[in-house]
Design a protein around this ligand. Structure first.
Ligand code: PMV
Length: 354
């Protein structure tokens, strides 16, 4: 059966007329990448990510009941109107109004902030769309337009987040989530994860803090006519299945091999698309080389990449001392943009702050 977002949208049963809520949602790092999509924002292949802890978006929503004509969303980022974000969020809000029809009866004022620097070259769409979606779903619960159990509520939040940004679907869950394996409409929490992954380290090494050379929308589109598309989608689907099993055990050797090959495959898709892009920088390759040499010497570190030049250095906590030494050597060797890096790790997912 096809899953549907079911909001009982008819009437607000609550007599509350205004209120606020604050939600924070973390970013996530895909170990198997979503790269290629079909309408409406459905994945061409399954993906799987680790949920981060420190790199978060915090969304504060104020709402009050109003007439149809007064219904609007006033959105600011870090207290300021930001046209580039606003456009994306307004488009999402308009599409949501068709399903969450109670939005036609509320005036929303939302401010969003990130815990990570804007200049760090880290995409904030996953954390921000997840936090926004959770905040609106919380509002729907408060005013009585939905009455769902926790699991169904999260599915729906994941599905609305997905409409804003595909990877955001996975950010509503703790530790690790897959999307496109259980269902395409929403992501699901990965089950039976070995304790070693529950606090897995992710040192995000900023090689270049500039804006992304290829937006994810263009990247997804390039897969439509990519010569290797069918093989790529099959490989990604297969890897998600393998990784779900690997996450149940402490097997760093196989984990690191799968994760690195997958990251390089994402980049090879970009290198072999038309037009073609090389998103890694010489310093990215230098760090990769150092990671592999360290691993050959028995150290448990590996890397993954997003659609950009920055390295996510992944490690079990037992290897933290070495990982920190590695980061500091990268810094001394001038491999990091202004020495920037983020000391993150796997985390427990979104929280309601008030
Ligand atoms: O969510 P989007 O449309 O920005 O796409 C995200 C794509 C990657 O970050 C490269 C991979 C992923 O699955 O997160």
């Amino acid at each position: 059966m096809i899953w549907e977002r079911k909001v009982a949208v008819s009437k607000m049963t609550s007599s509350i007329n205004s209120g606020t809520n604050t939600w924070s949602a973390p970013s996530n790092i895909a170990l198997v990448k979503y790269w290629g999509k079909k309408p409406v924002q459905l994945p061409a292949n399954a993906s799987l990510s680790l949920t981060l802890n420190k790199s978060k978006t915090i969304v504060k929503t104020k709402w009050e009941k109003c007439t149809d004509k007064e219904a609007q969303l006033a959105f600011t980022f870090e207290g300021k109107e930001t046209p580039s974000f606003n456009q994306k969020i307004q488009k999402w809000y308009e599409s949501l109004k068709r399903e969450m029809t109670f939005l036609n009866q509320v005036k929303l004022t939302i401010n969003s902030t990130n815990t990570f620097p804007h200049s760090a070259g880290i995409a904030s769409s996953a954390s921000s769309m997840a936090a926004l979606s959770l905040s609106l779903m919380d509002l729907a619960k408060t005013i009585g337009v939905i009455d769902l159990d926790e699991a169904s509520w999260l599915k729906m939040a994941s599905s609305y987040a997905r409409l804003g940004s595909g990877s955001a679907a996975r950010s509503v869950y703790p530790v690790a989530a897959s999307w496109g394996l259980v269902d395409n409409e929403f992501a699901s929490a990965v089950q039976d994860i070995h304790p070693v992954y529950r606090d897995f380290g992710d040192a995000i090494l900023i090689v270049d803090s500039g804006t992304k050379a290829v937006s994810s929308s263009l990247g997804h589109e390039l897969m439509n006519k990519h010569p290797y598309r069918d093989l790529r989608f099959a490989m990604a689907n297969r890897r998600v299945g393998e990784l779900v099993e690997l996450l149940k055990k402490d097997d760093f050797e196989h984990f690191s091999h799968l994760v690195e090959v997958e990251a390089l495959e994402l980049h090879s898709m970009m290198m072999t698309s038309n037009p073609s892009f090389i998103l890694m920088k010489p310093k990215t390759l230098e760090i990769i080389d150092r990671v592999r040499k360290a691993r050959a010497n028995g150290h448990e570190i590996c890397f993954t990449l997003d659609a950009g030049p920055n390295i996510h250095l992944l490690y079990p906590q037992r290897a933290r001392e070495f990982a920190m030494k590695f980061v500091s050597e990268c810094k001394s060797a001038d491999l990091l943009d202004q020495g920037q890096w983020i000391d993150d790790q796997v985390g427990n997912g979104p929280t309601k702050e008030d």
